[in-house]
Design a protein. Structure first.
Length: 92
């Protein structure tokens, strides 16, 4: 690694300091759910690519149920060419 100095520190020292601070700071982590909605019945058909079988609630009820479980709806997309998609996230 270079020994170029920046404000009295070598580049190695600056990078080392950044890495040490990153270890100290508890980085918040998230998990995500990607939900595909059936455009004919407005019910979930895929969650993270896995087919949903059995009884399925209307997407508005589903979104509220997910909220009760700590999932936040962060994105909704829909156009006439593709099935509606919901993206949920929550802290790990």
């Amino acid at each position: 690694m270079s020994t170029v100095k920046k404000d009295g520190y070598t580049l190695e020292k600056v990078i080392q300091d950044i890495e040490e601070k990153r270890k100290i700071v508890d980085v918040q982590k998230f998990e995500y759910l990607f939900v595909t909605i059936d455009p004919n019945f407005w019910k979930p058909i895929l969650i993270n690519g896995i087919e949903v079988k059995g009884q399925r609630p209307h997407y508005s009820i589903f979104a509220n149920q997910m909220g009760e479980l700590g999932w936040e709806l962060i994105n909704y997309s829909h156009d006439h060419l593709d099935a509606p998609k919901l993206i949920f996230k929550r802290s790990k």
